[in-house]
Design a protein around this ligand. Sequence first.
Ligand SMILES: [Zn+2]
Length: 76
Amino acid sequence: MNEKALIAAFERVVRAEHANPQRHGCPGTSVLRQLAERPETFGPGPVLRHIGQCAPCLRELKELRRPCGRCKREIA
Ligand SMILES: [Zn+2]
């Protein structure tokens, strides 16, 4: 399974079952950014397990993976 497929699979499950509006146990933006930029430094572990169970983290991770952060602001 490649990375995109992995994230897409996460997303389907997570959106439905793990809304987590209180952001319980979230690792924080700096960790998510590291995962976005250097996914090879993360093995299976608590962070990936958490993201697999947390819709807000998954959404944040996807946004961090966009090549151009400024585009979002110009659209909004
Ligand atoms: Zn989270």
